[in-house]
Design a binder for this molecule. Structure first.
Ligand code: HEC
Ligand code: HEC
Length: 361
């Protein structure tokens, strides 16, 4: 925030603190050429600033200096975009995410959930699998909607061109973005079923929830009771608590698709991902192992939906075909979404607490 409104004259691609002041650099070049002039020699190449210290060296257009004049256009467009992104960043983001994108902005010390450190390329809210970088549209969604329950603000009114520019800019904090972006694997999200809100589905979702071990972190009641794990340190070394499903808005969004996405992709480092066949592995056999911890009355209720599930592990992974297993995993996923939505009773969601629900209904 040192020079918020002054025009940006160099490319804003500094990824680490500058080692040498520019003035020193200029003087050393001058001194070099003076010396060269005195002794009648051309200054040695080492007198020139190291190429990584020239302002635009970190742009990935390796051969831009030697390409045809017309081909400069792309380079100029990108440079302009990044300059605009830098300005947006200095105006709205630097106070939390820091000048170097490492999450060490001046406000960070006061925040319990720390601002993201962009230099490591680790993101929570992705539509890609847990080892991948997010898509640009994921960053777009996060910036537009913000993240509930933490300090990350929403910027719904930010002009489109500023949003795209700041996204391009924050990507540059992670030097391997361009290299790794082609390896991103998107996690497909199917259409939610029409009967998502359905008692039978919710009951089956409860079975899925218990067998998948969601309860070990989120509790048997979805608000933490009986959870065996309660405290975490995330990838960035900060403490984090599992979400209480009965209150408040979800960070990744409240729509059924958002919840589906969250447990399929995981939230990198704390909340695991449940991808592939994992969610097919819910069986009548497996429920016995988890009902020991719930009340007899509830256990009896869950018995009622058991005939909808395969008998045991062998019927899922031995007898069942690939596509049938995939279908089952998808059904179980939507059942789980249905159950989680049911936990979010109308009187405990953020909207209800803020009185939004009433005016809508
Ligand atoms: C008041 C502080 C604050 C400001 C201002 C702020 N952020 Fe954040 N931001 C956060 C916090 C805190 C998190 C981490 C949330 C978490 O881990 O749950 C975050 C996370 C993010 C993430 C990562 C989401 C993910 O998937 O992991 C992105 C992207 C992001 N911010 C972009 C921006 C941009 C762009 C701006 C400026 C337009 C901005 N933020 C301004 C506090 C802030
Ligand atoms: C190892 C512990 C752990 C397990 C197991 C776990 N979660 Fe989580 N979950 C977390 C933590 C921690 C958070 C909070 C992350 C945050 O706020 O950044 C979370 C958050 C969530 C959220 C809210 C995300 C948001 O947008 O705010 C959902 C939905 C969720 N979990 C679903 C599930 C489901 C469904 C399962 C089982 C299939 C599950 N979780 C299993 C630890 C866990």
């Amino acid at each position: 925030m040192t020079e918020p409104d002054s025009p940006v004259t160099t490319l804003p691609l500094r990824r680490s603190k500058p080692r040498k002041p520019v003035l020193g650099m200029v003087l050393s070049i001058l001194a070099g050429s003076l010396l060269g002039a005195c002794s009648g020699q051309v200054p040695p190449p080492s007198a020139a600033p190291a190429s990584e210290e020239t302002p635009n060296a970190s742009i990935e257009y390796a051969n831009w200096e030697t390409t045809e004049p017309g081909a400069y256009d792309d380079y100029n467009l990108r440079a302009n975009l990044l300059q605009r992104g830098h300005k947006v960043y200095l105006k709205y983001c630097v106070g939390c995410h820091g000048e170097y994108g490492d999450g060490a902005g001046v406000a960070a010390v006061r925040l319990i959930t720390k601002p993201r450190d962009f230099t490591q390329g680790i993101y929570k809210f992705r539509s890609t699998d847990s080892g991948s970088l997010p898509l640009e549209q994921d960053l777009y969604r996060t910036i537009t909607r913000g993240l509930s329950r933490v300090s990350m603000p929403a910027f719904p009114l930010m002009p489109e061109n500023e949003k795209l520019a700041v996204i391009e800019y924050i990507k540059t904090f992670y030097p391997r973005w361009e290299e790794e972006k082609d390896d991103r694997r998107i996690v497909a999200i199917p259409q939610p079923p029409e009967d998502l809100v359905d008692d039978h589905r919710q009951l089956r979702g409860r079975v899925v929830y218990l067998q998948m071990g969601c309860s070990s972190c989120h509790g048997f009641d979805g608000r933490g009771a009986g959870a065996t794990r309660t405290e975490y340190t995330d990838s960035w070394g900060n403490p984090q608590k599992p979400f209480d499903f009965t209150r408040g808005s979800l960070k990744g969004g409240n729509a059924p698709e958002d919840i589906y996405r969250t447990f399929h992709t995981g939230l990198r480092s704390i909340m695991p991902s449940f991808g592939g066949d994992t969610l097919a592995a819910v069986t009548a056999d497996g429920l016995a192992a988890v009902t020991a911890n719930i009340e007899a009355m509830e256990a009896a209720e869950l018995e009622g939906v058991l005939e909808d599930f395969p008998a045991d592990g062998n019927s899922v992974f031995g007898e069942m075909g690939e596509s049938q297993r995939q279908e089952l995993a998808e059904r179980n996923s939507w059942d789980l979404v249905s159950y989680i939505l049911a936990l979010r009773t109308p009187t405990t969601t953020a909207a209800a607490v803020l009185g939004v629900e009433k005016s809508r209904g």
